[in-house]
Design a protein around this ligand. Structure first.
Ligand code: ADP
Ligand code: ZN
Length: 623
């Protein structure tokens, strides 16, 4: 997601001028040839061709009425034909013999034949030449103006075609100050900036300069922003293109776009070339992920360009991806994108900083507590937070306020995270009861189990995201480690929804699908990665492909082990479900009470929930 789309201040230098001139010339010549052939064809069809001896015999017998000498033929009209009305006349033509044409013309004139045109050989050549040159010039100009109009308003350079947009920004105006958090990434990029500032220092020592770095991270974490900031800090121009722009139907187009991108960059070096979504071109050439020859050509061209440019000139190529595992190994070899810079989802401090950056220009009311908001937004990326702040500002304007208040921020958080509240979705009364009990099931298990991240809100107001209701938890502090017990509590909480349905109504609904999915994922991780199952012990049969991207784990073990894994997952889930069910059954009165309250209020806070739970709890412990 890109909030502040760059408005390209100026198109890049028109690289393809020489090429397009030649194309235009070729097309012009083609058109001229076509016109000439057509002209000859038409003009020939107006006359019948005869032999020269025919012409001579007509001349001998005094049958000629008119004769026209052209540069390459004689056109003549017999007396019979001359008597017909002009539209019915049919003239004849024959080749022009070598020898003295002037003599023949004189003879004919003496014989009373009308000679319409005497041709002076030399002149006609020049006239023809001029004629063709004129035509050529005209068509050429026409073609130029057409092709110019087609290539747009000149704001964007077109690379090897009209479609790919290369944005060139002379000055990005973005610096590291605009990028909150991401300190490690910034540190890694610092060297590149240093190098762009002062290439000499590196070349003097004989150090090989970095050619490229790969920014790896989930969408919206600020990869583009970082690349721009590098250009801004180094004060060099910024070229950006998306990998998907290289992918074309026609073989060769992508490759030519790559070539011309680097040509443009070489002209203004030192500069940054940023390729977003490089996985679109750079995916592995082995057939596992499917590739085709166009993509392969483009990739080869890209590799060639990266190897080709002399890094002492100061072109640094940054690329972004969120799927580094599918990239072709060749791209990652030393001398290419050999540096990997991880752009992580922000932590609490990072989120707070991001919120601060984005609220710099926003009027905030006194009650705004960004820290609380940062706490509530665990898992959100920079783009989400930017979006959230903007939504809040829009909401403040809609409600006629002069400044953004905390409530605006909290409501927009829900809009961004859970989709806008969908007040008009009408649930039947039974459905509503089911949803209410389901949500309270989650919340009550969480509360009774003293979950680490307490419930902050329960609602049965449907959201556009499809959730009919949800329970929100907010961690009190950021957690990096979880114990097995905490994970088990989480499992029981997730399964609490389904358990409540079962305990109260004796039914199972589709509403629990997402809960079951997440619970199964968690149980799977406990067994295969965290070594938390009894039967497998410390064995971790799954390999995680890319840890920094909540990567997919795949099982790498014997069939027996894999069967055991399934059993263990099932057992953990069944145990947790049973415990959740028991907790709810034991506290049935509480479950009913809170659910009825939720049905009336539709949304209740964590405090309201705890008000129900706490007194009862103390009573129990007193007993
Ligand atoms: P990516 O390229 O990783 O998908 P972008 O760089 O396009 O993400 O980020 C989109 C927007 O999110 C940025 O324009 C910016 O407004 C906001 N953003 C993302 N990360 C940060 C950050 N660390 N600090 C400030 N703003 C950020
Ligand atoms: Zn649920």
């Amino acid at each position: 997601m890109d909030q502040n789309n760059p408005t390209p201040p100026k198109g890049p230098p028109d690289q393809k001028k020489p090429k397009s001139i030649w194309t235009t010339v070729l097309i012009t010549v083609g058109i001229l040839l076509l016109i000439t052939t057509l002209y000859n064809f038409i003009s020939n069809s107006r006359y019948t061709e005869t032999t020269y001896s025919d012409f001579l015999s007509q001349k001998e017998s005094g049958n000629l009425a008119e004769v026209e000498f052209q540069s390459d033929r004689i056109i003549y009209l017999t007396r019979d034909q001359a008597q017909l009305p002009a539209s019915h006349r049919k003239a004849c033509f024959t080749g022009l013999p070598r020898g003295d044409v002037m003599d023949m013309a004189a003879q004919l004139q003496d014989a009373g034949v009308k000679v319409t045109q005497l041709i002076e050989e030399d002149n006609s050549g020049i006239i023809m030449l001029l004629y063709y040159a004129g035509m050529f010039g005209l068509i050429f100009l026409l073609m130029r103006s057409i092709s110019k109009r087609m290539s747009g308003d000149g704001m964007m350079g077109s690379v090897g075609g009209n479609k790919a947009k290369v944005y060139m920004e002379k000055k990005t105006g973005v610096t590291f100050k605009d990028v909150a958090g991401q300190d490690e990434a910034k540190e890694s990029l610092q060297e590149i900036i240093d190098f762009l500032h002062n290439p000499q220092r590196y070349t003097d020592i004989g150090a090989k300069l970095p050619k490229g770095a790969l920014l790896v991270g989930a969408p919206g974490t600020g990869k583009t922003l970082l690349a721009k900031a590098v250009a801004g800090e180094a004060n060099v121009p910024f070229f950006s293109i998306s990998g998907s722009d290289f992918v074309e139907m026609f073989v060769g187009v992508g490759a030519s776009r790559v070539r011309s991108l680097f040509q443009q960059a070489a002209k203004v070096a030192p500069c940054i070339v940023f390729i977003d979504e490089i996985d679109a071109v750079g995916r592995s050439r082995d057939s596992r992920y499917g590739s085709h020859s166009e993509q392969e050509q483009t990739l080869n061209q890209l590799l060639g360009e990266i190897d080709g440019f002399d890094s002492s000139k100061g072109i640094v190529c940054l690329a972004a991806t969120n799927r580094p595992e599918i990239l072709d190994k060749a791209l990652l070899r030393p001398g290419r994108f050999d540096r990997r810079i991880i752009v992580d989802r922000p932590n609490l401090q990072g989120r707070l900083d991001t919120l601060k950056v984005h609220t710099r220009k926003i009027k905030l009311a006194q009650d705004v507590d960004l820290k609380k908001l940062a706490q509530a937004t665990a898992g959100a990326v920079g783009a989400d937070l930017a979006n959230l702040v903007n939504e809040a500002a829009l909401r403040a304007v809609r409600q006629g306020r002069k400044a953004v208040i905390q409530e605006d921020l909290l409501v927009s958080f829900e809009t961004v995270i859970a989709g806008t509240e969908k007040k008009h979705t009408v649930l039947s009364e039974t459905e509503k009861r089911l949803v209410a009990y389901h949500e309270v099931g989650h919340a009550l298990v969480a509360a009774l189990e003293k979950r680490k991240d307490p419930v902050t809100k329960i609602t049965i107001v449907p959201h556009t995201s499809g959730a009919l209701g949800y329970t929100m938890y907010t961690p009190e502090e950021e957690k990096f480690l979880s114990t097995k017990d905490e994970l088990l509590v989480e499992l029981r909480t997730m399964l609490g929804g389904r358990a409540a349905e079962q305990v109260v109504f004796g039914v199972q609904t589709t509403g629990a699908a997402n809960d079951l999915q997440r619970a199964t994922d968690l149980a799977k991780k406990m067994v295969t990665i965290y070594g938390m199952s009894e039967k497998l012990g410390m064995m971790a049969p799954a390999s995680v492909q890319h840890q920094y991207l909540e990567g997919n784990a795949y099982l790498d073990c014997s069939q027996e082990t894999s069967a055991l894994v399934d059993q263990e997952i099932q057992r953990i889930l069944a145990d947790s479900y049973e415990k959740a069910r028991k907790t709810l059954a034991d506290n049935r009165a509480l479950l009913d009470e809170i659910s009825e309250y939720l049905l009336v209020k539709e949304t209740i806070t964590g405090e309201e929930l705890m008000a129900f739970v706490t007194p009862k709890n103390t009573e129990e412990t007193e007993n």
